[in-house]
Design a protein around this ligand. Structure first.
Ligand code: ADP
Length: 242
């Protein structure tokens, strides 16, 4: 039974009626910010996340410049109004951590070597949060990078799995994240079948870990298809600049 004895699973269904391997509803929009070079907006369950890419451009401070490649920076921000109790504005340990792991995951697909000395800035703004925001942020950011026309080896779809009331389930929402036993977000490079982000909050046995990873990878592959579809339809809907 979950902490606090809340019944998170009833008759094989989750609180929101999902089966164990169901994703929440996902909507991806491309090219939503006029001043960004590339952008994307993702609604994923009750999460609402915007990503904007600025650059490649002159990098400051200068000491960060690398003559062999561009420097990709990522800033993940949870807006004060994005959560139930207002969050204190500004960076904290959690946002610094998510920014760092997101920059590392994105740097593994962007062809940074094409832009020596330059900087590429990726901003992830969480407008509404309901668990899994680092996965939503990475999903949005890689679409925004592609929208910016920055050469990439692949996209970086992400998805979490976890353990809720003793069951391994896909894509935890807030109540499951709070009261469940474990959350395991991951991000992949589909073409290389490589994991570029893997974190775990909670405990799993070895077998549960394997099952959760498999489920999260399957979820990320579904997200990958949605990312490609969104990018293709944005190319087909030629945008008329104002
Ligand atoms: P993720 O959003 O990637 O799952 P966490 O597991 O750290 O990251 O957070 C789970 C959820 O908890 C968030 O999506 C958000 O809804 C909520 N949350 C995170 N940080 C705060 C905070 N400082 N104040 C209120 N709620 C928060």
């Amino acid at each position: 039974m979950a902490k606090d004895d809340v019944e998170l699973i009833k008759n094989g269904k989750r609180l929101d009626g999902r089966k164990f391997d169901d994703l929440r509803k996902i909507k991806i929009e491309v090219g939503v910010l006029k001043r960004a070079v590339g952008s994307a907006y993702v609604e994923w369950g009750k999460n609402k996340v915007m990503a904007g890419v600025y650059g490649p451009r002159e990098l400051h401070p200068k000491y960060l410049r690398d003559p062999t490649k561009a420097h990709l920076r990522c800033i993940y921000n949870l807006a004060p109004f994005s959560v139930e109790d207002r969050k204190r504005p500004g960076p904290d340990r959690r946002s610094v951590e998510i920014s760092k792991v997101s920059a590392e995951a994105l740097s593994s697909v962007v062809m940074l070597e094409k832009y020596p000395n330059a900087g590429i800035d990726v901003f992830i703004e969480v407008l509404q949060a309901d668990a899994g925001t680092r996965c939503v942020g990475l999903t949005a950011a890689s679409v925004a990078l592609a929208d910016a026309g920055i050469p990439m080896r692949d996209l970086v779809p992400a998805c979490a799995a976890g353990k809720v009331s003793g069951e391994i389930v896909l894509d935890l929402m807030k109540e499951e994240d709070n009261l469940g036993e474990c959350d395991l977000p991951l991000a992949i490079i589909p073409r290389k079948k490589e994991i570029v982000l893997l974190q775990m909050d909670g405990k799993l046995t070895k077998d549960e870990f394997k099952k959760a990873c498999g489920l999260a990878v399957d979820g990320a592959m579904k997200v990958y298809e949605m990312q490609k579809e969104a990018l293709l339809s944005s190319i087909n809907n030629v945008r008329i600049e104002e």
